[in-house]
Design a protein around this ligand. Structure first.
Ligand code: HEC
Length: 121
């Protein structure tokens, strides 16, 4: 009986630890969400590097898609495929593949950059 209590206490302890971490991540991503001043060199390249680069650098180019350079990314954003993939639109392969959907903030950031014509800023 004692050990069952101990084990459930352990779950409560680790459970709350995990929750704290998630909460910090949530606040961190909200804090980083600056949609008033979207720039390629700041938010856009960071989102792509962190979420897409393992599969879409020039060497791996999964699905024949490289997003490594500004020009490559710009082409794929302006033809609508990046936006469709990260919004999980019907008819496109949802991205990032095998990972959770990007946060609303990140999807919005890419959309703002797309609407501005993908400036190299
Ligand atoms: C784990 C590997 C992986 C990650 C991470 C990944 N992709 Fe992909 N991506 C692929 C593969 C593989 C394909 C080819 C289609 C398929 O097999 O689903 C693809 C295809 C695509 C396509 C073409 C889709 C179409 O139907 O036209 C786009 C655009 C794309 N990825 C964008 C992204 C973006 C943007 C990210 C980051 C937010 C990302 N991908 C993250 C593996 C990945």
């Amino acid at each position: 009986m004692k050990s069952i209590f101990g084990i459930s206490l352990l779950f409560v302890f680790f459970g709350s630890c995990y929750y704290d971490k998630e909460e910090n991540l949530y606040f961190a991503s909200q804090f980083d969400c600056d949609t008033a001043n979207v720039r390629y060199s700041v938010q856009v390249s960071t989102i792509i590097n962190q979420n897409c680069m393992p599969c879409h650098n020039a060497a791996t180019a999964s699905g024949g898609v490289s997003l490594e350079t500004y020009d490559q990314l710009k082409t794929m954003v302006l033809n609508g495929r990046v936006g469709a993939a990260i919004r999980h639109d019907a008819g496109v392969s949802p991205m990032p593949k095998l990972s959770p959907k990007l946060s609303e903030c990140k999807i919005k950031t890419i959309a703002i950059w797309e609407r501005a014509g993908c400036p190299n800023n």
